[in-house]
Design a protein around this ligand. Sequence first.
Ligand code: NAD
Length: 548
Amino acid sequence: MTGALHNIAGNFHVPQPVNEPVRDYCPGSPEAEATLQEIKRIGGTTQSIPLQINGEIIETEQTQDVVSPHDHRRVLGKLSLANEGHVRSAIDAALAARRDWSRTPWWDRLSVFLRAAELVAGKYRDEINAATMLNQSKTFHQAEIDGACELADLLRFNAHYAEQIYANQPRSTQGENNYLDQRGLEGFVLAVTPFNFTNIAGNLPATAAMMGNTVVWKPSEKSAVSTDVVRRIFEEAGVPPGVINTVHGDGRLVTDVALADPNLAGLSFTGSTEVFRSLWKKVAANIDGYRGYPRLVGETGGKNAVVAHVSADPQALITGLTRGAFEFQGQKCSAASRAYIPRSIWRKIAEPLAAQVDSLVVGDVAEHRTFLGSVIDETAFDRVTGAIAKATDSGTHTLVAGGTGDKSVGYFVRPTILQTTDPDAFTLSTEFFGPLLTVFVYEDNDWLQVLELADRTSPYGLTASVYATERSAIAQALDVLRDASGYVAINDKPAGMSIGKQQFAGARASGTNDKIGSPLALQRWVSGRFVKENLSPDTDYRYPYLAD
Ligand code: NAD
């Protein structure tokens, strides 16, 4: 399509998006059986995961194994690693493709990604879910909502939001036409994506490309088998060569080269706070060399609080804590990782909550009874089990549930609840990104003080949830926690947003808060040019006041 500029006589409307229905995966259901077949196929081979630069598939000599975290002897893929030359070629390819792609009519660009959404939800659904289960250790349900549904939703809703952005035009008055040319950024966009969501990995390069940008995409090496399915889907959907260039490899090497390039127009990052800060510093150090001011978008870590009021429904709270803290092993940036619970409610829920959490099955995600798979790798295993050991040795924490781990076959950590008596405990402020929840029990009358405590304890500002049935308590929580998160759930877990309904991202140390799955996220990838066309130009320089 690149280069084939054409016009249609009429305004184009993208389909009204609806959320992709989430399938149930009951044992024996056609969707479960088909996914198990794919797990067998993908799990039984070691695939080559190449770079793709200017449309060309490149296998490098230097490779890295990509394993299944719940069965780490199973090598799913041999990942080709880029060197500096590959990164430079990817930048050159992006810059060369930019002229045509940025001039391709927007409905053509969006149609490519709408086609990709159909492939995600249809032809490749079983494959993308099976890869997400094997490579990120997600259960059927977690893989379905991530790999298939949320990725399809993001592509469809973003096309709809893009149409809205293009439709938002200035007023024209008699004798004057005004219009807004929403240009892609001048240069290339670097997209760096995390391991934990297949949909985020696909969404970051796609969002920038939809808006007319060309992209160098560095996916996480840990989930490269899943992201390779996305790469192939983009190719089959018709993303032209050079528009999204995939380079795998060492994050430092790739970003050192890309962030030093004068043509860097933007960085779209999702991952840890620490890495985003290091990239921001590199951009700052290179600022004199850029042609413009690169747009920096980063969605990063969280330490999300569940705050319960004495009027909370105890059973709803138990369910919200169990799902919010332990689904996908707590490896969601939005996962509940600290909870503030009044003493009278804690007396009622401590035992049943511990019993429920201790009954959760941890194991192979291909088994239907499994609630938690493993954490992503040995580093994550050591980080989470190390934090549990440090806390239990500290004298200020007691173990309520779980507390053990085993990395002999997969990186399995039992879902763990700690209770602390120290309001400033490190377990209430540090992100561990695993199945670890720390509870602070407060006196029933200290509601306002505990809201303030929750607000100031951690540097992050991503998600939060409030459990209360008294309206005044809900209002107080929304007020005191106003700056504490970019998303707050009332009587629900802090994780689990739905595209088109709840927009996602946070502030403070959690990122630039450019709401993923919203027009705001797309707006960052255009640079407006206003055009005024005078239909009746003046022919005399003198204004009336200059008259004799
Ligand atoms: P990560 O920061 O380790 O890695 C993210 C990406 O950066 C990967 O592609 C990785 O290869 C690359 N990278 C790693 N170290 C680098 C370095 N020194 N220089 C340059 N690039 C580097 O994050 P992760 O472990 O993949 O993901 C988990 C983190 O992401 C958690 O902190 C989580 O809270 C966060 N996250 C946030 C959101 C959000 O929307 N706020 C969503 C998902 C994940």
